[in-house]
Write a protein that binds this ligand. Structure first.
Ligand SMILES: Cc1ncc(C[n+]2csc(CCOP(=O)(O)OP(=O)(O)O)c2C)c(N)n1
Ligand SMILES: [Mg+2]
Length: 804
């Protein structure tokens, strides 16, 4: 705290002055980085630059209000803030620009993300949590504008949960009595996105400690506020959210982005309201500028008037702070000039060091490859060709890894019919090179920690001899009861998930038992339900986000695809969000309650698990397994299975469905039928009917689409039956094609096939509403029967004469 030297007795005037000067130093350093960063892109060393120039001063004020344990969820303009909280150095800034793949040099993402995408480390190298209340935290940025908003809501809500839920008080590595504030940043133009509005409304309803900063520079790339925002003023049109004495809402604050003293006061106030009262705050920071335009992709002279450009020069926040320092005699002109000069040098030196650190390992790798290529040339009949590859590579002053690997791999083509120790050495080097370098670009898509879901083995459900047959939803409900009992950090939320215990009563009575914070109703806002889950999972809770129907997952698919599934990958394993997403789908009735868009989902959701249990016992077992692991997952319960009878297990909360393991539900010798979810029951029915005409089908439930058949059991069945049909209710070319490729190609199933491998999927449209809509849109028992029969007819027309 150092807002006002006249009233703040804890801080001497000299201390205050030193603090101001130090802030100015950070602002100038940050600006120099932006200026030099742009030049690095223009000279080709970096590919793209987007910087925080013109937004420095408010970020200094924000950093002063930001405490240990707090969280940031922001966007690419926040470099000054990251510097001010001590999480970004000059050298790291440039390492980010170059895409340096070493985490020690580029701690934000080890080159996975473009510069300007920030994040801190929540995990130790072994994947265990750090003490997050002893450090300042930033969740990892994503590029889609406003995509940071849903996660921000969850980061803030976690504090509310920690403050109010019993049984988790001892988790002080994650929260100390919910005193942590989640701070967001967003550009003025990005407030046009639906995600912004959805989040603002939800945070107002939930009353969580969230402070959203709106950096307003009047533009979104070239598009002026008059095309973006009603009345060209976001805080003006959000006025209705302002809390009053009688009604909860937001505290809305406005401040000019160049007014250092006012900014400090505003941020202290915002932090205190959010932290102490758990009330959301909005700070509209006006009159910001873009000294270098939006990014390195263009120049703002093309779309800003000369008057505007002139105004931006005058109201540049760094210029204004400098004037203010001089007016108040905190430093002299000479002192500031001297400081600015030495910062210029510091930034230049940092940039050089970053480039050197980026290039050195690659030069070393280049040298190794050049030596080996030289040796190979000497020993080969194709010396001249190889020599040319070698000299081309050697002449690269700034070699990229694709140049190095490319040269080495191409050279092998010239010695394809030769054998020499030089050739074997080069092959070994290439193999080793790819093995060591590839993980820099591919590691940490999934958990590499020891509680990896794939290492959790099955525990079968156990039953009393007199086990009751109950509705499937009862198995789920009683299992959730056991889960809530066993894991105080688990909470579930979604539309109708609270009071009525979800639309199918799988949570019946749970809210009464575990309270409104752990089992809660949410507004109709799928993207932020998902975001709540991401944010809370990042803060050590185990949220289950319920999306009412699979069909409405599309509303949050962008957040799942862009944010959730990339958390681990884009932070190079330094953060995680083990969120479970619960939904229900597959065949029921009509266009929007029969969804089974599994192909679309598995392609967009690499980085999480996609699980398709055929009944509620299997589903319950998946929840139990996932809570032992640290991986995000989507579980799709069968919408038509809640009222089907299942036996009630005795080891509720304990039995586990293994992930990535297929199950043979009927053995057979003539053909392998592979399916999952609701369609599996149809396949089982067809298999019975096929048996009656002498066709003995083996039926396999894949259960888990991501990951799929880790033990490669599917091909074992094909080895036995030599025939294969994959059946699902997705569109043609969807998940059935994905399963087929796994068996035929990845598992080399083609070697064992005596008939053409086939897929039977739904029609390429969604089903009409009436009961017959299903029959005429998705595979029926007759469809499966006839398809299998046709395959058998082709093989053996005598025993299986043509059906029709
Ligand atoms: C969903 C999405 N659409 C478009 C873009 C391309 N884009 C990047 S930044 C930007 C403008 C953002 O303007 P504003 O929110 O005002 O932030 P500023 O850059 O002005 O700080 C756009 C359109 C994007 N990143 N994401
Ligand atoms: Mg803007």
């Amino acid at each position: 705290m150092q807002t006002n030297p006249q009233t703040d007795s804890d801080l001497s005037f000299d201390d205050f002055k030193a603090d101001v000067i130090n802030d100015y130093k950070i602002a100038v350093t940050s600006r120099e980085c932006s200026l030099l960063g742009r030049r690095e892109v223009l000279t080709g060393k970096a590919k793209f630059g987007i910087f925080g120039d013109g937004k420095e001063i408010p970020q200094l004020a924000w950093a002063k209000a930001f405490k240990n344990g707090d969280w940031r969820s922001g966007y690419y303009r926040d470099q000054t803030f990251m510097m001010a909280i001590g999480k970004l150095t000059i050298q790291q800034f440039f390492a980010g620009l170059y895409g340096h793949t070493d985490l020690a040099s580029e701690p934000m993402s080890a080159g996975r993300q473009m510069g300007g995408h920030f994040g801190t480390h929540s995990l130790n190298e072994d994947g265990s949590w750090k003490n997050l209340t002893a450090q300042k935290n930033s969740s990892p940025d994503i590029s889609p504008t406003a995509g940071q908003m849903p996660r921000l809501l969850g980061l803030a809500q976690a504090s509310k949960v920690f403050r109010n839920v019993k049984g988790i008080e001892n988790k002080t590595d994650f929260s100390i009595n919910g005193n942590e504030v989640a701070w967001g940043t967003i550009g003025n133009a990005s407030t046009s996105e639906g995600l912004f509005w959805e989040t603002i409304n939800a945070a107002g309803v939930l009353q969580v400690p969230m402070v959203i900063n709106i950096w307003d520079d009047e533009y979104g790339i070239s598009v002026h506020a008059r095309h973006q925002t009603t009345k060209e003023n976001i805080s003006e049109i959000l006025k209705g959210f302002q809390r009053t004495e009688d009604e909860k809402g937001y505290e809305i604050l406005r401040v000019n982005g160049w007014d250092y003293a006012a900014l400090i006061e505003t941020y202290q106030k915002a932090g205190a309201i959010a932290r102490e009262e758990h009330v959301p705050v909005m700070i509209h920071v006006l009159q910001l500028t873009q000294p270098q335009g939006h990014s390195t992709s263009g120049s703002h002279e093309r779309y800003k008037s000369e008057e505007r450009l002139q105004w931006e020069r005058e109201f540049d926040c760094n210029v204004k702070m400098r004037e203010w320092i001089l007016e108040n005699n905190f430093a002299t002109e000479e002192e500031l000039s001297e400081m600015e000069k030495s910062i210029k040098k510091e930034v230049r030196d940092g940039k050089k060091a970053a480039w050197q650190a980026f290039l050195d390992p690659q030069k070393q790798e280049q040298e190794e490859a050049v030596t080996l290529l030289g040796n190979l040339a000497e020993s080969s009949a194709n010396k001249n060709f190889i020599e040319k590859i070698k000299t081309d590579l050697a002449s690269e002053k700034e070699p990229l890894r694709r140049d190095i690997a490319g040269a080495a791999r191409k050279a092998l083509r010239y010695v394809v019919s030769e054998d020499s120790s030089e050739k074997r050495q080069l092959i070994d080097w290439i193999d080793n090179y790819i093995e060591t370098i590839q993980p820099k670009y591919s590691a940490h898509l999934y958990s590499e920690a020891k509680e990896n879901a794939k290492t959790i083995s099955e525990i079968k459900p156990t039953y009393d001899s007199s086990a009751e047959e109950v509705d499937g939803r009862v198995v789920l409900r009683d299992n959730f009861d056991a889960i809530f009992n066993k894991h105080p950090e688990v909470l579930i939320f979604g539309e109708d998930a609270g009071k009525i215990g979800d639309v199918n009563q799988g949570l019946e009575g749970m809210q009464e038992k575990y309270g409104e914070l752990r089992v809660s109703d949410a507004g109709i806002r799928e993207a932020t339900i998902l975001g709540q889950g991401i944010g809370m999972a990042m803060r050590g809770l185990r949220p289950i986000a319920e999306i009412q129907y699979l069909d409405y997952v599309l509303y949050c698919l962008q957040i799942m695809s862009d944010d959730l599934v990339t958390v681990r990958y884009r932070t190079n394993g330094t953060q995680k969000a083990p969120l479970i997403v619960r939904t229900r789908g597959h065949r029921l009735e009509g266009i929007w309650h029969s969804g089974s868009q599994m192909g679309g989902l598995i392609h967009l959701l690499r980085g999480m698990y996609v699980l398709v249990p055929r009944n509620m016992t299997k589903a319950a077992g998946f929840y139990n397994t996932l809570l032992e692991t640290d991986e995000p997952a989507l579980i799709i319960e069968c919408l038509n299975g809640y009222r089907l009878k299942e036996k009630l297990p005795t080891n509720l909360g304990e039995f586990r469905t293994p992930i990535g393991v297929v199950e043979t539900v009927k053995e057979g010798t003539d053909i392998t039928l592979v399916s999952y979810g609701s369609t599996l029951r149809i396949v089982q029915e067809a298999a019975k009917e096929l048996q009656q005409v002498g066709i003995d089908a083996e039926v396999i439930d894949v259960q888990s689409l991501l990951p799929l058949d880790l033990n490669q059991d599917l091909v074992e069945s094909v080895k036995k039956t030599n025939r294969l049909l994959v059946i699902d209710e997705d569109v043609p070319g969807g998940a059935s094609a994905y399963i087929l490729q796994e068996i035929v190609d990845n598992q080399n199933g083609y070697r064992y096939l005596d008939s053409k491998p086939q897929a039977l999927a739904a029609r390429p449209h969604r089903p009409a509403y009436g009961t017959d809509g299903d029959y005429f849109s998705k595979p029926s028992t007759e469809d499966v029967f006839e398809k299998v029969y046709a395959i058998m007819h082709e093989t053996n027309p005598d025993d299986f004469p043509k059906l029709r």
